[in-house]
Write a protein that binds this ligand. Sequence first.
Ligand SMILES: [Zn+2]
Length: 113
Amino acid sequence: MTFLAAARLERRRSIGVAVEALGGLAMLAGLAMLRLNHDTVFAIFMFGGMGLVILGFLYGLLGVRCPARGSSLTWHAYSQLPYGEWSTWLDTLERCPRCGFEPGNAPVANDAA
Ligand SMILES: [Zn+2]
């Protein structure tokens, strides 16, 4: 099991990526509106899309953290790895690069215990 799956962070990562993609689509729609001379609609879609991209980026950055020490795994990927390897690294990660925490090996929380 990967780090994100074991630490239940996959959904946060997916939401961040989805919001960024939605923002990108909104910006593309905005460009289409510009060609149709709908300037106001263009501005709404463009700035709204930019806002969504920034929001999704920040959500992924602040939401996908190591549960042990709270360091941002997404930030580690952006700051330490070459462009293009971030996504693969995050999706195959098994151990926190900062503190060595492995959620796959942690005892599973059990209410009966
Ligand atoms: Zn850690």
